[in-house]
Design a protein around this ligand. Structure first.
Ligand code: IPE
Ligand code: IPE
Ligand code: MG
Length: 239
């Protein structure tokens, strides 16, 4: 079982447009999908689940959509709270803390974070106003401010300056809607993650799709730059 699953829930707008609705109605359906998925993820024993809710680049969308997404996330967070206490889920947020995050959403995130902080089950991290490059830039800025010597710089140290230093790197990343890209998500942490792309639009994503992605992950051989065990054995036999 992957310990950390991260997901890029894409296709809300297209799902909505296909139904002749406005783009924004799809975000509502997308939020509903999450609600169903989170409890299944807990039951499967996934320890960390991270969702890309709104990217640093998504501010460039029409203001009405930006506001609708924020209020949808806010409502969804409050609705999650019941499940969080039942399933012992800890909610957290990663992203750049900026004034432009709507105040009501900020309040919802702060409330959910503080009321669930002592939960010891799955950690559900919401990436909002998040950009992978921003995260690395922010880490470098803090490293410089702390006066770290260039000779002491290494990847473990950089990891400690990321938004969630205790978060393990994702094992599995799932992106929906048939787009095969990362779109500035967890750039540092995805170095050796397994990527699964599925054509399903996010509002059509079900627990079965999640299970399919996990099965696909279980079929992969993760080498981390080394050779897999089968090859090692063959090598020893040849010596
Ligand atoms: C993903 O769905 C949700 C967010 C970015 C918040 P989109 O809104 O990007 O849907 P498409 O890609 O336009 O269909
Ligand atoms: C990625 O989706 C961001 C989120 C799901 C929040 P986008 O729809 O913004 O990505 P691009 O623009 O297709 O790369
Ligand atoms: Mg999209």
């Amino acid at each position: 079982m992957p310990r950390h699953v991260a997901c890029i829930p894409d296709g809300n707008g297209r799902w909505s447009q296909l139904r002749n609705g406005s783009r924004i109605a799809g975000h509502n359906q997308g939020a509903q999908v999450f609600h169903d998925l989170i409890t299944s993820a807990c039951e499967l024993g996934i320890e960390w689940f991270t969702v890309y809710a709104f990217s640093a680049e998504n501010w460039q969308r029409p203001e009405i959509e930006v506001r609708f997404i924020a209020s949808t996330i806010e409502r969804t967070i409050y609705r999650w709270l019941d499940d969080c206490s039942r399933y012992n889920i800890r909610i957290r947020w990663i992203g750049r803390a900026e004034m432009r995050i709507p105040r009501a959403l900020r309040r919802a995130i702060d409330y959910a974070t503080s009321t669930t902080k002592n939960n010891t089950g799955m950690t559900l991290t919401v990436a909002y106003n998040y950009g992978g490059r921003d995260e690395i830039v922010d880490a470098i800025r803090k490293i410089i401010e702390d006066g770290v010597d260039a000779a002491d710089l290494n990847s473990e140290l950089v990891s400690r300056y990321l938004y969630a230093p205790d978060m393990p790197d994702p094992d599995l990343v799932i992106r929906t809607s048939g787009e095969n890209r990362i779109s500035n998500f967890l750039l540092w942490q995805l170095a050796y993650s397994e990527l699964v792309f599925t054509p399903a639009l996010w509002p059509d994503f079900t627990v079965d799709h999640l299970l399919d992605a996990i099965h696909e992950y279980q079929r992969r051989v993760r080498r981390f730059g080394t050779v897999d065990d089968g090859n090692k054995k063959l090598d020893t036999q040849l010596q």
